[in-house]
Ligand binder design. Structure first.
Ligand code: IPE
Ligand code: IPE
Ligand code: MG
Length: 252
């Protein structure tokens, strides 16, 4: 069944509405290179990247994709020059302030993943307010991975599990893939069906590690500030060509 959308501006990219991914995760990379190629400061790339976030969130919502995770800032990105880190923190702050109304209108719930304790207090507060304000929205969930590291996520989960074992609530034998998955910051979200990474880098960069076990990977040279509806549709069309076997054999 072909889908019809505002995105039917792109008729060549028709999708099967019954086979859309439930959860798309995106490593939004390439803002700095986008700016450099234009002789602009890196921050201009980040600023433009914010427009891609709006475009992709709203396109995914129109398509009916229930979960979208955006990797916006990694645990390692704190090592960047403080000018850039400060700019990004202010950009996230502004994004939350300006987008809440649009998110509410579209029934989008915001979640925060990662070590949000490290974020500046003002941003933390706005983030908490956005999460609270949108918590009953049920048309789509957008998870923002901020100060997120895949290994840190696993470490935190292991500590939680160890505490439950130490307190006698759980026996070592009861620890299974489900207990571990639920103890991660993504507990409650389905594993991503599709991971998109922009900018041509072919690596995971400490994003979801445990969660990617059977995720389809899609890499594109497009830089994040240029990634809009059309690029999302192309990624989804590529996803729909994949044969997900999960270690089994194809039927027929
Ligand atoms: C992605 O773009 C944004 C963040 C990691 C915060 P980059 O800033 O990594 O851009 P490049 O990879 O240097 O081009
Ligand atoms: C990954 O991009 C993190 C985000 C997009 C938020 P990086 O630009 O930090 O990754 P590396 O340094 O190229 O691996
Ligand atoms: Mg990068």
């Amino acid at each position: 069944m072909a889908i019809s959308l505002p995105l039917n501006d792109f008729p060549e990219l028709s999708l099967d509405a019954s086979r859309l991914p439930q959860h798309v995760a995106i490593v939004m990379d390439g803002n700095g290179r986008w700016a450099r190629r234009r002789g602009l400061a890196r921050n201009e790339g980040h600023r433009r990247g914010k427009d891609s976030v709006r475009a992709v969130v709203e396109a995914a919502r129109e398509l009916g994709i229930p979960y979208l995770t955006l990797f916006a800032f990694s645990a390692e990105n704190w090592e960047r020059p403080s000018m850039e880190v400060d700019f990004l923190m202010r950009l996230f702050h502004r994004y939350l302030l300006t987008e809440t109304k649009r998110l509410m209108k579209r029934g989008i719930r915001i979640l925060a993943l990662g070590d949000t304790e490290r974020l500046p207090p003002r941003l933390r507060q706005v983030l908490a307010e956005t999460v609270a304000a949108t918590r009953f929205n049920s048309d789509m969930t957008v998870a923002l991975a901020l100060s997120y590291g895949g290994r840190q996520d696993v470490v935190t989960a292991m500590r939680k599990i160890a505490q439950r074992v130490a307190s006698g609530e759980l026996t070592p034998e009861q620890i299974d893939a489900c207990v571990i998955g639920q103890s991660l910051t993504t507990g409650g979200l389905p594993d991503p069906d599709l991971l998109i990474r922009t900018s041509g880098e072919l690596r995971v960069s400490n994003f979801f590690l445990y969660q990617l076990a059977y995720t389809e990977l899609y890499f594109t040279d497009t830089l994040w500030p240029d990634f809009r509806e059309r690029e999302l549709l192309s990624a989804l069309a590529a996803y729909q060509m994949r044969d997900r076997r999960y270690g089994n054999i194809s039927p027929g």
